[in-house]
Design a protein around this ligand. Structure first.
Ligand code: ADP
Ligand code: MG
Length: 485
């Protein structure tokens, strides 16, 4: 695609975009909301004609007249909002609108092998041609959409934010399928504002900002910081706003703590007004450490001392599976763990709940229409703010935050970083687990690295770099090696 332009009335959605895709790659299309990613992909997949610019597919001029024409050329798009008819079977959905007929009769025999072949390419035995889509979970439904594209022999497959409503497990399943398709030579465009996922799955990237291509390259060759800077057009100082805060007295002391399994040994001291980061690889035992501290799992050895009168609150890693009750209202989510202040003569006062919710919504600048809205109506970033507000409503002095900005767009990340800084400034103590190194380096005062269940010695943030954190996360520190030997 070169020099592609597209306006909607006065809005210049695309202002001269270049994009090059190769067979057998996952190409990340990156940009903030409104950058033009979806519009560009609609031009590619024939849903919008471009105003100017050109496209070539396998060396020949390509100018689709509509989505079906694009599909005939091997270009398929999977939309953000899935397009499945849930009362129909997998097979019926895969052929929906394109059924093979002869003399008006459905050619089921001819359709079946293509469906089986497409499902086989996904390597998901749980998805059978006769299963009704309503019986499938969100991850499997996404894969049915992919199968639908494969039946048309897609050479270019566009996925527009396919993981925004998937759990981590379903996301991993989708990534396995994407890797398989990549090996089979399919060019995949992957749109996501989860940069950690982009880093995990993509080979190359193109960054759009305000309808223009502002950066492109190979994922392994640039840092995430650089990608973020191109995407937001701001320097990292602005991505990690600094809120003045200073460490006070120690509120939490952890000595040689061990669980049944992980962690094997962790010691740390956390002070009021401090943001303490824990880095490490997935599976190193960081989440387990937070769960031990929160009292969710039994302690095998060691001690935890919390200052008298203080309390701890945990923000769990998987917001969708154990964080919020997505069907309940914001107010219910926020106040359920501590209803006492909402009681009037022993009865729950809806008015008090609403007033309380409104106070937190205002304080944390949560973007929502109404306190009675269900939590699922909010964006990921705003859901996360509600989850943090709940800890504050619980009056937690020590906040245990597990991947607090995972699955959140960059704009909301910035707001959450500012909020965490303010909480530290208010004298709360924050223990932050994150796999996103720029974030730890950007917001923490001190950082320790967890390696195979052993927590290394903390160092001031200025003494760490992304390289040294990664080095210790993969190889452990000198001390922890001595201990494991
Ligand atoms: N059908 C449309 N009508 C009018 N404006 C649109 C339409 N589609 C997108 N836009 C505008 O075009 C710009 C780019 O939007 P979009 O391609 O959806 O961005 P992204 O997918 O990167 O978030 C935005 O300003 C958006 O409001
Ligand atoms: Mg979009």
């Amino acid at each position: 695609m070169h020099g592609v332009r597209k306006a909607f009335g006065a809005v210049q959605a695309l202002d001269g975009v270049d994009l090059e895709l190769r067979a057998g790659e996952v190409h990340a299309l990156i940009g903030e909301n409104g950058a033009g990613k979806s519009t560009l992909m609609k031009v590619l997949s024939g849903a919008h004609p471009a105003d100017a610019g050109g496209m070539e597919l396998e060396g020949k001029p390509y100018r689709p007249t509509g989505p079906l024409d694009a599909l005939r050329h091997g270009v398929a798009m999977i939309y953000q909002e899935l397009n499945l008819a849930t009362h129909l079977t997998v097979e019926e959905n895969i052929w929906l609108g394109r059924e093979l007929r002869q003399g008006g009769w459905l050619q089921r025999r001819r359709m079946r092998p293509a469906v089986e072949e497409a499902l086989a390419r996904l390597d998901h035995p749980d998805i059978r041609p006769h299963t009704r889509v309503s019986e499938l979970g969100p991850g499997a439904r996404q894969l049915v959409e992919v199968a639908r594209a494969l039946v048309s022999d897609a050479r270019v497959l566009v996925m527009d934010e396919p993981t925004s409503s998937l759990s981590r497990r379903d996301t991993e399943g989708l990534f396995r399928v994407m890797r398989r398709l990549r090996e089979q030579g399919v060019a995949i465009v992957y749109i996501s504002h989860f940069l950690e996922e982009v880093e995990e799955i993509a080979d190359r990237f193109t960054v759009l900002r305000d309808g223009r291509t502002v950066d492109r390259g190979e994922i392994g060759e640039v840092s995430l910081e650089n990608i973020i800077e191109s995407m937001v057009g701001r320097s990292l100082d602005e991505v990690f706003p600094q809120v003045e805060h200073a460490a006070g007295e120690v509120v939490l002391s952890v000595r040689e703590l061990a669980g049944h399994g992980l962690p094997r040994q962790a010691s740390l001291e956390l002070s009021r007004g401090e943001i303490f980061g824990i880095a490490g690889l997935v599976g190193a035992g960081r989440t387990e450490l937070l769960r031990l501290l929160a009292g969710l799992d039994p302690i095998r050895a060691g001690s935890v001392r919390l200052e008298a009168g203080c309390s701890m609150g945990l923000l769990a890693e998987d917001r969708k599976e154990e964080g919020l009750a997505l069907d309940l209202s914001l107010g219910e989510n926020l106040t359920l763990p501590r209803l006492r202040p909402l009681l009037r003569r022993g009865w729950l006062s809806h008015q008090r709940r609403r007033a309380c919710t409104e106070r937190w919504v205002k304080e944390l600048a949560v973007r929502c229409d109404h306190p009675d809205q269900p939590a699922h109506a909010l964006s990921g970033g705003n859901q996360q703010k509600i989850a943090i507000a709940r800890l504050l409503h619980q009056q937690a002095d020590v906040l245990l935050l597990d991947e607090p900005t995972r699955g959140v767009d960059v704009g909301s990340k910035v707001e959450i970083y500012r909020l965490l800084g303010q909480l530290a400034a208010d004298g709360r103590a924050l223990l932050v687990v994150s796999s996103y190194l720029p974030e730890l380096l950007g917001i923490c005062d001190r950082i320790s690295v967890m390696h195979r269940g052993l927590l290394g010695a903390p160092r001031d943030v200025g003494e760490w770099s992304e390289q040294s954190l990664l080095h210790e996360a993969t190889r452990g520190s000198g001390d922890s090696q001595a201990l494991s030997a």
